[in-house]
Design a binder for this molecule. Structure first.
Ligand code: F0G
Length: 468
């Protein structure tokens, strides 16, 4: 049993600890099983509909749930709350230009605000957008703008047991086949995510990004990066890809972003803040249009839905996220949880990704059909066991095919234990692992769920279920 925080390395090294100490605490509340039973029924067996006051350890998401540093909180006090031209905006713009290397920035309230702007500016009805797997809001905006989405990720990404070191890579043959089929003029851009959330937080290699760039250049196709967790991706490149062990995360990030024409960003992840995002581009025409459109949806082009203080905290968070000690502790904490689960042979996506453990609900409950929502069921069972909140990432999240009306049936039927940044300790990870084990031990008694209410858009957020 791993007793040290080994971060995936040999156990003969000295112990390691989080590179920060706690200055402010927020008490956690534990509940009884009877209280949790009432709460999950009231929430329609959907962890999104629980009240956070009823949750013990909240692993719903790593989005907007980070603990900010003392420097970031100090930055909040120098918020310049001007409607136009806030000093904090210019600090943020400079930080993005320095670390990500893009020329033009449009701030937004969060990632999906940027996805909306990019989709509206770049996509025409009838277009096709290839991507390395999908993210829910990203694909929604692409389809809403009239595009058809195509998954061009390598096959290994759909195999929970494959140990491929870069399961986020794009399959160049699949991309080439799509170009041949629909024509390059129908592909406004390739949507390249780093890391790939729905595949299990899996990274994409520098070599692959470079090769995708070369292929796209042949046809004049643009590449837009989903940079939401690109610094986490940079750590995997440093650890796993030949030639990058001695490069800094900042150097890796700059090179990586250099293979794209722009990016959408949810600052609520890598940037260590609770709200915010941006769209970046090197294309002056797209910038002009997005900078105009942002005033309709988000706010003026120098705040885009954020307060001045939010932009200041984000500018500081960008600098903190690129520090290698922080990033090793971030990814190392998730590896530690993976090592605990591994000793009990609990099925989850391997290798461990950057922001979460993704439990393999199909392997957990082989007796449940996908139509009885194994991953949704496991999320509810975990909550019932211990008050830990996780999230479904399977058939419910995948939604319905717009043409046939049937469920999308993803190969991956996963329950995500998402780790907020700088929030929980190693002891919390121990408690989480033990609760997963308790659910695993009782897996055969579980009968699944029926969906009794299905919302029209992004159904996983508000769908309701009953026990079968
Ligand atoms: N892209 C990726 C890869 C994401 O993980 C998210 C959000 C977004 C875009 C959208 O950003 O939430 O700021 O509008 N992911 C969250 C999650 C919601 O829990 O995985 P947003």
């Amino acid at each position: 049993m791993p007793t040290l925080h080994t971060m995936g390395q040999q156990q003969d090294r000295r112990s390691w600890a989080e590179p920060y100490k706690i200055k402010v605490v927020e008490p956690l509340r534990t509940t009884t099983r009877a209280e949790r039973e009432r709460a999950i029924v009231a929430a329609g067996y959907n962890t999104f509909l629980l009240r956070s006051a009823d949750v013990y350890i909240d692993l719903l998401t790593d989005s907007g749930t980070s603990a900010m540093s003392d420097r970031q909180w100090a930055g909040m006090m120098v918020g310049d709350e001007a409607y136009a031209g806030s000093a904090n905006y210019y600090r943020l713009e400079a930080a993005i230009q320095k670390y990500y290397g893009y020329q033009y920035i449009v701030p937004t309230h969060q990632g999906r605000g940027a996805e909306n702007l990019l989709s509206q500016c770049a996509i025409k009805p009838g277009d096709h957008v290839p991507g390395n797997m999908y993210f829910t809001t990203t694909r929604y905006h692409q389809e809403h703008a009239g595009a058809t989405f195509h998954d061009v990720i390598i096959d290994a990404a759909h195999d929970t047991s494959s140990l491929h070191p870069f399961k986020g890579d794009i399959d160049l043959d699949k991309l080439q086949a799509l170009i041949d089929e629909v024509g390059a003029d129908k592909i406004p851009y390739v949507c390249m995510a780093a890391t790939v959330n729905m595949a299990g937080g899996q990274p994409i290699s520098m070599g692959n990004a470079r090769a995708v760039r070369a292929l796209c250049d042949k046809y004049g196709i643009k590449i837009y990066l989903d940079a939401t967790r690109a610094v986490e991706n940079a750590l995997f490149i440093q650890e796993r890809e030949d030639g990058y062990a001695d490069r800094t995360l900042a150097e890796i990030l700059r090179e990586f972003c250099g293979y794209s024409d722009g990016a959408t960003m949810s600052g609520k992840k890598d940037h260590l803040v609770n709200i915010g995002g941006w769209l970046a581009t090197n294309d002056p025409e797209l910038f002009e249009e997005a900078r105009n459109l942002v005033v309709v949806y988000e706010g003026l082009h120098t705040y885009g839905g954020m307060a001045g203080r939010d932009m200041e905290a984000m500018a500081i968070g960008i600098e903190e996220s690129i520090e290698v000690d922080y990033m090793k502790s971030r990814v190392g904490q998730i590896r530690y949880l993976g090592e605990l689960l591994d000793q009990w042979q609990i099925p989850f996506v391997k290798p461990v990704g950057g922001h979460a453990i993704f439990l393999d609900a199909r392997a957990f409950y082989p007796h449940l059909q996908q139509d009885h929502f194994p991953a949704q069921t496991l999320a509810a069972e975990l909550y019932l066991d211990s008050g830990i909140r996780s999230m479904e990432r399977g058939i419910v999240s995948a939604g319905r095919n717009q043409l046939t009306g049937d469920h999308h049936r993803p190969k991956l039927e996963l329950t995500r234990l998402t780790i907020p940044r700088r929030v929980y300790t190693q002891a919390h990870m121990d408690v989480v692992a033990e609760s997963v084990k308790a659910c695993y031990d009782h897996r055969e008694a579980v009968t699944g769920l029926n969906m009794v209410y299905e919302p029209k858009y992004l159904r996983f957020f508000q769908a309701r279920f009953e026990r079968r």
